[in-house]
Design a protein around this ligand. Structure first.
Ligand code: 5GP
Ligand code: MN
Length: 321
């Protein structure tokens, strides 16, 4: 519940904030936004992030304070887990660390049952964790500084696809307006977040070359190998645009992109135009996400994983007609 989380935050003076691996705009925006808000309340705040930060988010105020080193348990009163609700989603070392802490609060907007933490506010009706934190700050009467506003704006902007996706509610538009009012410079932020990197466009070209449309054009599948990524000096963060683009092909209801990882697993990113719930497919395989955007990492080779996922998505499509 929201009140329990607010009470835990109010009672803590040394707080660790951690979001999910492969952080996106909402993971980083909500983490740094909360850091600025709590620091202004006189609290000592550390932000943990396990993986590398995508370059478009390096400009976020306070990014220099993000660390991939975990503190000692004695240095903390509370850990806050953001934008995910499973300890292992935060990273390999932080998962077990968080799981044994006595006080963990969760703020998240992803689907799925929560069986972790001492207080959890998990509500998939929110478009972004950053939207939830904006609301919490307003309810608690915490002043939103321009730094906090910038971070939180990036979270709501990126998780709504710049206010285009189905999760773009009047409530999240109001939150965005409040953040702009509080000092988020929309044009300056957009230039950073949506800078067009040639390598991403080349990657998109590669993915479009591999595109396979089936089910009467309703299912779009594509893949990218480790070799493709290495040749273009690209990483997972460079793929976000491509995954979204597959879904925007006219007629496509569900899309999936398969990526080979350095560990030899296959990362699956699924997107739906809204009718098929891709989070059900992801959750049934140990992953997670939202109705229209979900993911999972699977063992096996590209062919096998692709066949398995395609069959599940076809089932989802067939259930519609
Ligand atoms: P993406 O396809 O962009 O990696 O992820 C889409 C959505 O699914 C995001 O909300 C992300 O947090 C979630 N997601 C992706 N992969 C996983 C996973 O392996 N486990 C869980 N629980 N969620 C995931
Ligand atoms: Mn999010």
């Amino acid at each position: 519940m929201r009140q329990d989380v607010a009470a835990m935050l109010a009672g803590a003076s040394r707080v660790l904030v951690a979001a999910h691996l492969l952080p996106d705009g909402d993971a980083l925006g909500s983490s740094l936004g909360l850091m600025h808000l709590l620091a202004a309340q006189g609290k000592q705040v550390r932000v943990f992030s396990a993986g590398p930060v995508p370059e478009e988010y390096l400009f976020l105020p306070g990014m220099d304070q993000v660390s991939n080193v975990l503190p000692g348990t004695g240095d903390l009163d509370l850990a806050v887990v953001l934008d995910c609700h499973q300890p292992e989603r935060t990273g390999q070392a932080s998962g077990p660390f968080l799981a044994k802490l006595p006080r963990v609060a969760i703020i998240d907007h992803h689907q799925g049952a929560v069986d972790f933490g001492q207080a959890a506010w998990v509500d998939p009706t929110f478009a972004a964790t950053s939207e939830m934190i904006t609301l919490l700050a307003q309810e608690q009467g915490w002043p939103i500084t321009p730094q906090a506003a910038t971070c939180l704006f990036v979270g709501v902007q990126t998780d709504t696809g710049s206010f285009r996706y189905g999760n773009t509610t009047p409530r999240v538009l109001r939150a965005a307006a409040d953040l702009a009012q509080a000092g988020a410079d929309v044009w300056a932020i957009s230039q950073e977040v949506y800078a067009t990197h040639p390598k991403r466009l080349r990657l998109l070209g590669r993915i479009m070359d591999n595109l396979e449309l089936s089910q009467g054009g309703r299912l779009a599948l594509s893949q990218i190998t480790l070799a493709d990524l290495e040749r273009l000096d690209a990483g997972p963060a460079d793929l976000e645009q491509a995954v979204e683009t597959l879904r925007l092909i006219p007629g496509v209801e569900v899309s999936a992109l398969f990526r080979q990882t350095p560990k030899g697993t296959i990362k699956v990113s699924m997107r739906s135009r809204g009718k098929v719930d891709v989070s059900r497919v992801a959750i049934s395989l140990g992953g997670g996400g939202h109705k229209s955007a979900a993911g999972v990492t699977m063992e096996g080779n590209m062919e096998g994983v692709r066949r398995d996922i395609a069959a599940r998505l076809r089932q989802g499509l067939e259930a519609l007609s």
